[in-house]
Design a protein around this ligand. Structure first.
Ligand code: NAD
Length: 290
């Protein structure tokens, strides 16, 4: 396929490289003028989008997505797929999809989980919103860039799935970390805590696959000085998107709100910025109740 790829950062760069390696003709654009192996550089976003079968965007936020969409939609060929893999607010995803559809394009919102490692290894999970026909057209690309793609319903539903998942993840990581810090204070050994919880009803991905305690459980960012991994800043971004969506849908999300406030404090008021989101554990370790 002929593919345009806009946003060649930490995630987009390796995703575009994987598509090129698989034999697709990839033309890329990024305002930072990065070069990616196998990807032909375009001078503008519109140039990267013109005449392609599929145009993929992997951008920082909804505002930038809306600006790029306004530029590329008029340049794209009718019937081609506009595949946005960025994590953005549900309202921006739906607004961009509406404009793309009006121009005769096939829009998909397909945010990912799996992080930079997943992007490099081609093992991302895609959560996809949009029409069935568009999903079918993009399916071979999901297979190259990822290991799983779930069709979640109409436009915006991919973003909805992503933020609901990450709201659970943020809240679960916090409570796992505070439970470890409580266990410390109660004199309970961390290995014993892991052995019990990971096989009991408190188990979760945060505990079992990404244990925040160094030297316990599988290898995780905790074993690497809490270098991300999944940065606390990105968790804060996703929690804020969840809160924005909860407000616009009038949903009551008290634990999601508490998690958002804690990551806000950690990232903006403490030393959390640039650290893995599981570095909540050393934060709780140092604290007392008051
Ligand atoms: P990044 O900042 O490394 O990459 C974004 C790229 O977009 C940058 O290279 C930037 O120069 C480029 N860009 C900005 N404005 C542009 C414009 N107008 N036109 C063209 N290019 C432009 O970020 P990332 O880590 O690659 O994340 C991209 C998206 O993926 C974000 O929405 C993020 O939330 C999501 N995401 C990231 C991770 C992760 O672990 N990094 C995991 C899942 C989802």
């Amino acid at each position: 396929m002929k593919i345009g790829f806009i946003g060649l950062g930490n995630m987009g760069g390796p995703m575009a490289a994987n598509l090129a390696r698989a034999g697709h003709a990839v033309t890329g654009f990024d305002t930072a003028q990065v070069s990616v192996e196998g990807v032909t550089a375009a001078a503008t976003a519109a140039e990267a989008a013109r005449g392609q079968d599929v145009v993929i965007t992997m951008l920082p936020n909804g505002k930038i997505l809306r600006a790029v969409a306004a530029e590329i939609i008029p340049a794209m060929t009718a019937g081609s797929v506009f595949l946005d893999c960025s994590t953005v607010d549900v309202d921006s995803a739906r607004a961009v999809a509406k404009d793309a559809e009006a121009a005769g394009l096939l829009p998909l919102d397909a945010p990912v989980s799996g992080g930079v490692g997943g992007a490099q290894g081609g093992t991302l999970t895609f959560m996809v919103g949009g029409a069935e026909g568009a999903f079918a057209k993009a399916a071979p690309l999901f297979e190259i860039m990822g290991q799983k793609a779930v069709h979640c319903g109409p436009s915006g539903n991919g973003q909805a799935a992503k933020i609901c998942n990450n709201m659970i993840l943020g809240a679960t990581m916090i409570v796992t970390c505070e439970a470890f810090a409580l266990a410390d204070k109660l004199g309970l050994d961390r290995q014993a805590m892991f052995d019990v919880v990971s096989t009991s009803s408190g188990y979760s991905w945060s505990m079992n696959a990404y244990c925040p305690a160094p030297g316990v459980g599988p290898q995780s960012p905790a074993d690497n000085g809490y270098k991300p991994g999944f940065a606390a800043d990105l968790m804060l971004k996703d929690l804020r998107l969840a809160m924005q969506a909860a407000e616009s849908a009038d949903a009551d999300t008290p634990i999601g709100l508490a998690a958002t406030r804690l990551y806000e404090t950690f990232v903006e008021g403490e030393d959390g910025s640039g650290r893995d989101f599981s570095a909540m554990l050393p934060r709780f370790e140092k604290r007392s109740r008051g």
